[in-house]
Design a protein around this ligand. Structure first.
Ligand code: 7TS
Length: 409
């Protein structure tokens, strides 16, 4: 039986949304930066500390066994959520940034040589640019950049032209955090594989807004951050195909990632532990499992449909604000609306509407090359989560009308 999307019930699960900010009810439109947490995640994390906390994979005592079972249980939930073949392919990291750095350092260190080509795109977050630049500089490799068009779309024919037998890795976002463009990653994976390259997907803004099946996409790596998926901060995931992960050297070393250590030589633990040195973010990982349970219960397809309605409605309403220009209008876009206004700087827009209780982000959104591409100083961005409503979109528009009023004086 399908039930209608009950946004009021969902909102009731997020305690932070019930508060007033500056004397008005909070309108939180900054979930792309970090999403709020449902009671189920908050209770899970505090429950770990109240009744189920100890270090994992170590002590032969009740609490350590319970914490280990819950920590590994969360890994299995994440595996199922992404449809990975094995939980050995789910590496816990601090977040997407660390996951991408892991691949650049470990896979890149072992597989990239002088003249090899790395392909990224113009809309990448700095986290999916800088690790590849550092690798390029260390190895004498070449970094190629797939452009976006004026709407913010990428084109497969241009992508195909960038690929060559020298291409070793493609690293692109699933969804742009500024433009909302959904990249054709399944096709891109197929094309990358045709030239013998591997593909890493930065899934920070993808897995949060649509169902993701890594086996159907046939991507080699998929990275995301727990805090954008309604889970705790300090925890994220690198999915990698087992055969690739097996062949990669450790990223960090120390406790938990070894099999046997002598002063002469050390050997590594099995996957996924080979990539998880030191005491991990235990409660956070278990909390991410609770977040995955939460969104799975609502259904990622239902969340996507709800957010799409909001995006369509908001885009239409913003079109009626004089002097407002949308940045990112690619067909099929999701989850965010970025814009500039001719009367005010994005920072002023954000500061003024904050006075009305509306939280958006303004700035370069850690995508400076993209901001340069659109020839703007920065952008204002409203981003949606599963709990946002059309009334909140109206509050955004009312706030922007106030901005116009103030700057018209
Ligand atoms: N990649 C994308 C596409 C992102 O949107 C972000 C964060 C990251 C990587 C980095 O994630 P982290 O959890 O490792 O920091 N994006 C944003 C944003 O849009 N506003 O603040 C952070």
């Amino acid at each position: 039986m399908t039930t209608a999307y009950d946004v009021a019930a969902i909102r009731a699960d997020f305690p932070i949304l019930a508060q007033d900010i500056r004397g008005q009810s909070l309108v939180y439109l900054d979930s792309a930066a970090s999403a709020q947490k449902p009671r189920q995640v908050i209770d899970c994390v505090s429950g770990v500390y109240e009744t189920g906390y100890a270090n994992v994979h170590r002590g032969l005592h009740y609490l350590s066994e319970k914490a280990t079972a819950d920590y590994e249980g969360a890994r299995e939930k994440i595996r199922a959520f992404m449809n990975a073949e094995s939980s050995a392919e789910i590496i816990y990291t601090r977040g997407a940034s660390e996951a991408i750095n892991l691949v650049a350092a470990s896979w890149g260190g072992a597989n990239i040589g002088p003249g090899d080509e790395i392909v990224i795109s113009e809309a990448e977050h700095h986290s999916n640019i800088v690790p590849w630049q550092i690798l390029r500089d260390q190895k004498g490799a070449v970094l190629k950049v797939l452009p976006v068009d004026d709407e913010g779309a990428v084109h497969l024919d241009q992508f195909r032209e960038l690929l060559s037998e020298r291409t070793k890795i493609v690293a692109v976002t699933h969804v742009s955090n500024v433009l909302g463009t959904v990249y054709p990653i399944k096709e891109m994976a197929r094309l990358a594989h045709q030239v013998g390259a591997v593909i890493l997907i930065d899934g920070c803004q993808g897995i949060t807004h649509m169902p993701v099946d890594v086996r159907d996409l046939d991507c080699d790596f998929y990275a995301f951050s727990g805090h954008k998926l309604y889970g705790p901060s300090g925890i994220g995931v690198l999915y990698g195909k087992a055969a690739l992960l097996e062949a990669m050297p450790p990223y960090q070393s120390g406790g938990d990632m070894i099999e046997r250590v002598t002063f002469e030589k050390s050997t590594w633990a099995e996957l996924p532990h080979k990539f998880e040195a030191g005491t991990p973010a235990i409660a956070q990982a278990i909390g991410l499992g609770a977040a995955v349970d939460y969104v799975s219960q609502v259904g990622m397809a239902a969340i996507a449909a709800h957010e799409q309605e909001l995006l369509t409605y908001t885009t239409q309403r913003l079109a009626s604000v004089p002097g407002l220009r949308l940045i990112g209008t690619a067909p099929g876009k999701v989850s965010v609306v970025s814009f500039v206004m001719d009367c005010a700087h994005p920072h002023d827009i954000s500061t003024i509407i904050d006075q009305t209780g509306v939280a958006i982000r303004a700035g370069h959104h850690c995508a400076q090359p993209l901001i340069d591409r659109f020839d703007i100083p920065s952008a204002a961005r409203a981003s949606f989560g599963m709990y946002n409503t059309v009334e909140e979109a109206d509050r955004l528009v009312a706030g922007l009308e106030k901005v116009k009023e103030i700057f018209a004086r």
